[in-house]
Design a protein around this ligand. Sequence first.
Ligand code: SAM
Length: 264
Amino acid sequence: MKPSPRLAAGLNIWPSYKARDFSEQVRNLFNDRAEAWGRNYKPQGKLTWRLHQFCSVLGEFASPPAEVLDFGCGTGHLAKHLGEHHYVLTACDLADQMIRTARRVFGETDIKWTTLPADWRQLPFVDRSFDAVVASSVLEYVGNLELVFSELARVLRDGGVLIFNVPNPKNGQRKREDWAKRMTRRAWIRRALCTIPRIQRYLTYLGLSNNRFPLGEWERGASRHGFQRMHAGHRPANRPLFLFAFQKNALTEHIGQRQAGSPV
Ligand SMILES: C[S@@+](CC[C@H](N)C(=O)[O-])C[C@H]1O[C@@H](n2cnc3c(N)ncnc32)[C@H](O)[C@@H]1O
């Protein structure tokens, strides 16, 4: 299979760390995947389990009809799934083709879709608009994590929950990816491998999936923005992805059981 023209011509294998270039490369990567992404969520799809995992963890902290932001929603399958469980959904992504596909496939739903500019600095939502934010496999691709944590904290209500998953560096597959990344820092190895389109695409993904931290570092990063960890993760600690749940300004109140008109 030939690489798509955009990948072959435009994308550096190792991203430039200029914020704008980086997020444009992320957008290009996922725009190229937009048409096929939904296959991951077929009944036996390789990502279908995520829908149930996020929904069940969300359910521990926020009852429907809590307002939820699906940050980095891709083709919107998680948003759609949570909508079916009577949450009220807004979904955003910087990959316009992902949002376009989501609108086409799930246009009948009440989900509010938003395309973000690649170099966004502020989310287009007012302070304290959501009871929960979910981000499924997104934060590993973010160029400026401090900015993203601070924006997610801003749009969440006090006591709101932030649920996200990230690559787990303790997992064997992640260790191999880390090794591959270090090996291909040598330009001649990279050049040789990139003659094979499949490997080029894989290395491009590895280069952009840039935020690979020990789990404690995620916790410290989130805590700088007022988040307190709530959940140890449903899956065993050695799985490829690790799920976190944090609460903003940890109030103990369970969202959805509040009185109508209460400020939380
Ligand atoms: C691996 S896909 C996951 C999509 C979806 N959440 C899912 O689980 O199917 C990562 C998504 O995050 C989006 N993304 C990456 N960085 C982003 C950012 N800074 N702001 C918004 N979306 C971002 C990408 O465009 C892409 O659609």
